[in-house]
Design a binder for this molecule. Sequence first.
Ligand code: GZL
Length: 355
Amino acid sequence: MSSLPVRVGAALVATTALLTACTSREATNTTQSSGGPAASAAASQVAGPGCAREAIGYPKVDVKDAVIGFSQSEKEANPFRTAETRSIRDEAARLGVPEDKLLVTNAQSDLNKQISDIKSLLDRGAQLLVVAPLNSDGLQPALDAAKAKKVPVVTIDRKVTSKACEDYLTFIGSDFVEQGRRAAQAMVAATGGTGKVAVLLGSSGNNVTTDRAKGFKDELAKTPGLSIVAEQTAEFDRSKGQAVMEQLVQSNPDITAVYAHNDEMGIGAVTALKAAGRTPGQDVKVVSIDGTRNAVQLIADGSYDAVVESNPRFGPLAFQTLQDFADGKEIPPTVIISDDQYDRSNAAQKLGNAY
Ligand code: GZL
């Protein structure tokens, strides 16, 4: 795809249309199946060169008539992934896409498998692609294969370093730096501004880990009473989060707070803290990001402190974007979605929105 000179007006019209279509609850209509609101685009769109189908010579393919491929990145033991795939399937069904025309693959956290997954989706006739990238780099061979067949690719969730409109259509996802900042603000509120923090980092090689780390550190620096005394990756995995926390709490017995880049690692950390005789939610404050039902339940139970949502329900926005592209609208390079937040004040009554 070649980048296009942008007509800001048209781009803004396209953005507004996208926003309107996806911010009203009934337009997304995923509340029945997945329990919570679909991802809705935030008001502040990242403008930039819009991408229009006719100008780049892509064929018009309506979502409801298309063979659609979805490439999932990580195994679905993580509720974030389960909810993300569920949202794609639910929205395809709502739009009347027959089950045999929605092709879904899972790379099981293996980059080479994700590349071959995407190529196999193309070989199986996919005319539209939605991709949840595992890493920020490395997918170019798959993106090139889609470009060669003039198949548009909407990336969701994690951002790739390839070029919007040239290598893929657009990125739809959260502001992960903002999520880190909000997690730090929640940590300050939960701890009263003093304490020693252990950080469980996500997997390396993707912007989510980098940005959540940056946002948290930048915001925490405003509260000198809180210091990070240990940080280690547990790769977004619950059992690894437990194992790493077991080791950290031995080597740093004075830990009074844990920031986990996702709920799964935070939940693992709670298990380890309890086994070490600590009382998470009381003598150790726990904050993480995602919005899974298990973590929000722990907040309601009093053994967790706060969760910043990372909404995985991309189905409506992803398919609306592909249909807008088919209809000739200019698609912005980035669509930032809005994320909710849970703490002791709202966890019990908002549990239904968690996934
Ligand atoms: C965020 C997503 C992250 C989740 C984790 O958009 O990429 O990956 O926060 C998942 O739960 O592993």
